[in-house]
Design a protein around this ligand. Structure first.
Ligand code: PLP
Length: 398
């Protein structure tokens, strides 16, 4: 049990980890677990990656914090590299995903404002979305369970059903500033937005003077086998929120935008104390060193294929337990026929960690450095977990 001095906001698993290396975590008592939760897609390069550790230690000896009153060379370097690798011209650094989304939302509203449309501040979002836990991002996500009891919902977020083009078109009004979407809903249950739908969104935004904001906090930085998930659809957004994997475990987020979309964000319009601090920049640059290296993403796609095929054959072997395999790259979901927590607990019994998600799904988000051999080891553990569940069900019915 966690100490009662802590807020009771989490139902924590009774596991106390002390160390990690690659895909492995070790508890205080020396038990080893395979970590296919990866801090919810945060530990993109696994635990204690030597290049990240060295970058952080090296920076720790020099400078920790400066504030954004001064030039920070690491920021300039990371911003340039992100701009070079993506659609973006401009980058604002934050400490978290929600802050990256706040910046994205403010950037979109401000764009409409400086272009003579102060009335356009509404942002269209999708059912099942998750964009963070600040007051604005719970309004954007629109999930009643996160809004309840926190006062009036922040104005200006209009939600439409997932994958419903007619509802989307009907929701666009003279007050609409932007459309905000996760290319793959993470917490919503690893729900993939089709390439066609993303292309249609791009077209609708262009036709109506709207900005397309992508939330790639979970799907970005190599997770799907491309640097960003929207690349699979061959489109680009105007604004994009990034976090989680970009810091590899160090708190780091970023809001990326085209020059035009960011045109309203002049000196004094936005700010942050810690965002872009030298420690975060050192680690962010180190993550990019690895992820942008030749063949890295190809290797992610190769391992993802092994993992995906293995999961599909487990689905065929355990049709009473596994309903569907979803996702892209190493952002995968098992939709279960039993309550997802049952299979998740059985997996934990086999010392394999995953993450529950909406729509009765288990998210598997292995570190991007997972080898094919480790993927097969993970699959063997899921298989044993499913066998254990099947045997338990037999006993119950006997
Ligand atoms: C995790 C997540 C966020 C929020 O990020 P925090 O760092 O927890 O604020 C926003 N959007 C998506 C898609 C996420 O997965």
């Amino acid at each position: 049990m966690a100490d009662p001095a802590l807020y009771d906001t989490y139902n924590r698993a009774p596991l106390r980890f002390e160390r990690g290396e690659g895909v492995w975590l070790t508890t205080e008592s020396g038990e080893r677990y395979m970590d296919f939760a990866a801090g919810i897609a945060v530990n993109s390069l696994g635990h204690a990656h030597p290049h990240l550790v060295a970058a952080l230690k090296d920076q720790a000896d020099k400078l920790w914090h400066l504030s954004n009153l001064y030039d920070i060379p690491g920021q300039e370097q990371l911003a340039r590299r992100l701009a070079e690798a993506t659609f973006a011209d401009k980058v604002f650094f934050t400490n978290s995903g929600a802050e990256a989304l706040e910046c994205a939302i403010k950037t979109a509203r401000r764009y409409q404002y400086v272009n003579g449309h102060p009335e356009r501040f509404h942002i269209i979002t999708f059912e099942g979305a998750f964009h963070g836990r600040t007051l604005a991002t719970i309004a954007a996500g629109g999930q009643p369970k996160y809004l309840e009891g926190f006062g009036p919902k922040v104005e200006g977020f209009d939600q439409v059903p997932f994958d419903d083009l007619d509802a989307l078109k009907a929701a666009i009004t003279d007050a609409t500033a932007a459309i905000l979407i996760e290319p793959i809903q993470g917490e919503g249950g690893v729900r993939l937005v089709s390439k066609e739908f993303l292309r249609t969104l791009r077209q609708l935004c262009d036709e109506n003077g709207l900005l397309l904001i992508l939330d790639e906090v979970q799907s970005g930085v190599g997770r799907t086998g491309k640097l960003f998930a929207h690349e699979w659809a061959g489109i680009t957004p105007d604004i994009m929120a990034v976090a989680k994997g970009i810091g590899g475990g160090f708190p780091l987020g970023a809001c990326l935008a085209t020059e035009e979309a960011a045109s309203g964000m002049k000196a004094g319009t936005h700010g942050t104390t810690y965002g872009g601090n030298p420690l975060a920049m050192a680690v962010g640059n180190a993550v990019l060193d690895v992820v942008l290296a030749d063949d890295f993403l190809e290797q992610v796609r190769d391992v993802a294929l092994v993992f995906r095929q293995g999961l599909e054959s487990l689905k065929d072997r355990f049709p009473d337990i596994i309903d569907e395999i979803r996702g892209e790259g190493l952002m995968l979901g098992i939709r279960t026929k039993v309550p997802n927590t049952e299979l998740l607990m059985a997996m934990r019994g086999e010392h394999l960690l995953g993450v529950p998600a909406g729509d009765n799904v288990i998210r598997l988000l292995p570190p991007l450095v997972t080898t094919a051999e480790e993927a097969r080891e993970g699959l063997a553990r899921i298989e044993r977990a499913a066998e254990a569940l099947g045997e338990a069900a037999l006993k119950k019915s006997a």
